[in-house]
Design a protein around this ligand. Structure first.
Ligand SMILES: [Zn+2]
Length: 193
């Protein structure tokens, strides 16, 4: 068997490096509601960093309530970098996306993505469920956004407040994305009279 020549290896490393570094810059940072047909009424906007919260101490995401089996959608485009099962998150998927952020989807009834899969915003990640520590509770999608780059100004005095440099508030990200959509102008006839 012939070993890879160093020049080829360098080529591969440069290509992989360029994709990993450039892709997050090219992708849109717009975050959509990651559950099909869900609205702002389907989660508690104050549940991010709720304390005390189970084993993890604070709630590092939002819970979007929906019937079991509702499609869970990619909040933005990216690459599936992890999936699995654990006692807390149940069936989970992790997608690396725009702005060097990781998007975490948990308590899924089942996942519908494979490792390394490239997903678009709105692609189906799995089905909303009640797996992991959501068993016996109302089915919901736990959604967290983890920034690999620290947002130092977000550090505050709340419990585990330093972790806010990394865990971003999904409610804020979704709200910001929705309000930055092009404004629809009213038809003149609808405002006259
Ligand atoms: Zn949760």
């Amino acid at each position: 068997m012939q070993l890879l020549k160093p020049s080829y290896l360098k080529h591969i490393l440069v290509t992989v490096g360029a994709v990993v570094l450039l892709l997050p810059m090219l992708l849109s940072g717009r975050v959509i509601i990651p559950v099909k047909d869900a609205t702002f009424k389907d989660w508690n906007r104050n549940s991010f960093w709720h304390y005390p919260w189970g084993k993890s101490g604070v709630h590092k995401g939002i819970d979007i309530f929906a019937p079991i089996g509702t499609p869970a959608l990619a909040a933005c485009g990216g690459v599936v970098v992890g999936k699995g099962y654990n006692n807390m998150g149940g069936n989970w998927a992790l997608i690396a996306g725009a702005k060097y952020r990781l998007y975490y989807y948990a308590h899924l009834q089942e996942t519908a993505v494979t490792l390394g899969q490239v997903v678009k915003s709105g692609s189906v990640v799995g089905k909303v469920g009640d797996t992991g520590n959501a068993t016996g509770k109302q089915p919901h999608l736990h959604f967290s956004v983890l920034s690999l780059l620290p947002h130092i100004t977000k550090w505050d005095n709340e419990p585990q407040g330093w972790k806010k440099m990394f865990y971003l508030n999904p409610h804020e990200l979704i709200s910001k994305s929705v309000t930055t959509l092009p404004v629809r102008h009213h038809n003149r006839s609808s405002v006259s009279g």
